[in-house]
Write a protein that binds this ligand. Structure first.
Ligand code: FAD
Ligand code: NAD
Length: 519
């Protein structure tokens, strides 16, 4: 992010787009753009960019781009889809840039093939003896697999033969319809299954690393709101059980949507949102609140540790999207308690900025109002923590949010863990989130320690002060033993995270020992 000039905020941009001004210079006409034509518009004062086959004149948007003009210019006169997807595919550009639309590309850019039925599945096949693979291959053929690759050299056989057929089936009784998805994934769990059944639309997504399998149909007949999801972890079978509203025989499951029965990269799927109800809003500090949202009845969704969701609101007629990291309702002190993820509520700890576009609108939501919540995203993997002996968490302000579930996970489920230390940077004492709970946790669990560091302390503060620095980090970031396995997680304002990572590297920590939470 770069500082924007006054009068160039997102709200100012929304106002400009509503002003009726001709932002494309084409007086509302849409044109077909050739690659040759696109490439001519590559200057700041005349800049066109293609995203997913649509061409936008982003010249008027330059000064409003939160990432700065230079970032936008990287895609000037070209197809910027990949760049856009890398940086912020969640930004709702169709809505934000609709007044800048010049037209479509004359020749559609070739994207990745959408319909891949069989796909990479290294882990699974690597564990299978070679002769058993033949059996699987036969099964593939019976199931009608479209793509099977067999490599004659054994060394490649195991690494390249990673095609597996994802498939689904369905059956019915008088009162129910069951959809069965065979994932053949051995460590299937509730976090990898996202189901939404609202009205007559059913969407079931199975996550498999950076790919996902989707079943998405308009059901043949109406079903009741409650949906059950059964997961057989060992065999990787997922059952979605729907209750029929009327006792009629279904001729088919339903009409497929475009992405139905596909196994593709997650980034190639659009973000899916469902409406969640605001159940409660409680104060955490003078400017930060804990929002409790309730998932609709027909939704099965668990946000994995270290991942975030996107919230979407319509502000002044434009869809605006921002990421937030779910937390727990409180820091559990007694780790014997059953897990807190009830599968129904999502808790978000959100700082309300006095001039913040999105958080002001959030703060104005009333109990009972609805807000759109996306599927989870993020590149943090629990396995990073599972083998650590020392876990160090560096948080700045609301950068504390990913640390909440992480802390709970580490202290409850990681057996080799010896120490967990949270170094929490805030401006003032009043800004410290869940200070009491953290101090209580430190008293209760001897593995856990918390250190507060203030950048704008009052005169009375006797604790540590300052901003993230090499000397502060060398004082607090230490291994408990000389060679202990350490993981350092860092999250906060982007300059805080960038500087922190650099200092840690300077102190000799490797890339693998550091995880930075970023957008
Ligand atoms: P904005 O309108 O963007 O402005 C916020 C404040 O910064 C305002 O005071 C504004 O004046 C100032 N400002 C904005 N842009 C600039 C600029 N370019 N230069 C100088 N000042 C500027 N936040 C949470 O509270 N909780 C979370 O759990 C959380 N999780 C996140 C997870 C991820 C992966 C990421 C990337 C961010 C997360 N955030 C979280 C931040 C959140 O997404 C929003 O950025 C935040 O809520 C501010 O949104 P806003 O629209 O209200 O503020
Ligand atoms: P804040 O302004 O209250 O600052 C908190 C502390 O961060 C400060 O006391 C200071 O020690 C440090 N800090 C702030 N600016 C700094 C700078 N320029 N250089 C070095 N250190 C600095 O923080 P806030 O308003 O609570 O903002 C939290 C930030 O964390 C937001 O930018 C938000 O987007 C980000 N965040 C990211 C994620 C994620 O997963 N990527 C999750 C939650 C929050």
């Amino acid at each position: 992010q770069v500082p924007l000039k006054p009068g160039r905020s997102l709200m100012d941009w929304i106002r400009l787009t509503k002003s009726g001004k001709d932002l494309t210079g084409l007086k509302g006409r849409l044109v077909e753009v050739t690659e040759d034509e696109l490439s001519k518009h590559n200057k700041k004062e005349d800049c066109w960019i293609c995203i997913r086959g649509f061409v936008y004149n982003v010249t008027p948007y330059m000064e409003y781009h939160p990432g700065g003009e230079d970032e936008l210019m990287k895609a000037a006169g070209t197809d910027g889809t990949d760049l856009f997807d890398q940086v912020h595919r969640w930004v709702n550009y169709e809505s934000m840039l609709k007044e800048c639309l010049v037209g479509r590309m004359a020749v559609k850019p070739i994207g990745a093939p959408k319909e891949l039925k069989a796909f990479a599945y290294i882990n699974f096949l690597q564990q299978i003896p070679e002769d058993e693979i033949v059996v699987y291959l036969k099964t593939f053929v019976t199931l009608g697999v479209k793509y099977v690759l067999i490599c004659p050299k054994k060394v490649y056989f195991f690494s390249l033969l990673y095609f597996l057929f994802y498939s689904y089936d369905w059956f019915q009784t008088d009162s129910s319809v069951t959809i069965v998805i065979y994932t053949k994934q051995k460590d299937m769990n509730a976090e990898l299954v996202i189901v939404d059944c609202q009205d007559k639309r059913l969407r079931g997504e199975i996550i498999m690393d950076d790919h996902s399998y989707l079943v998405e149909v308009d059901l043949d007949h109406a079903v009741s709101e409650d949906v059950a999801v059964n997961i057989s972890e060992k065999v990787g079978k997922v059952e979605i059980i729907l209750n029929k509203k009327d006792n009629v025989h279904w001729k088919m499951l339903g009409q497929p949507w475009e992405g139905h029965d596909t196994f593709i990269k997650r980034t190639d799927r659009g973000l899916f949102y469902r409406k969640c109800k605001l159940v409660s809003k409680t104060e955490v500090t003078h400017d930060t609140k804990l929002f409790c949202l309730m998932l609709p009845k027909g939704t099965h969704l668990r946000v994995p540790t270290g991942q975030h969701v996107y919230l979407k609101q319509i502000i002044a007629g434009t869809e605006v999207v921002k990421p937030y990291t779910p937390v727990l309702p409180f820091l559990p002190l007694d780790f014997q308690e059953p897990p807190l993820h009830d599968g129904v509520h999502i808790y978000l700890m959100i700082k309300i900025y006095s001039h913040g576009l999105f958080t002001q609108a959030l703060d104005h939501l009333q109990i009972g109002d609805c807000i759109s919540v996306s599927n989870p995203e993020g590149n943090f993997k629990k396995s990073q923590v599972q083998t650590s002996e020392d876990l160090l968490l560096l948080a700045g302000g609301t950068g504390f949010t990913p640390m909440v579930k992480l802390l709970n996970f580490a202290l409850t489920e990681v057996s080799c863990l010896r120490t967990v230390k949270l170094i929490f940077f805030n401006k003032t004492e009043d800004d410290i989130l869940w200070r009491n709970q953290l101090e209580q946790l430190a008293l209760k669990d001897e593995r856990f320690e918390v250190q507060f560091i203030l950048s704008q302390p009052s005169k009375d503060w006797v604790g540590k002060q300052g901003k993230i620095s090499s000397s502060l980090l060398s004082e607090f970031v230490k291994r408990s033993r000389r060679n202990s396995k350490v993981l350092i997680c860092i999250c906060g304002p982007p300059p805080f995270t960038e500087q922190g990572v650099q200092y840690l590297k300077d102190l000799g920590y490797s890339q693998e020992e550091i995880h930075a939470f970023t957008a």
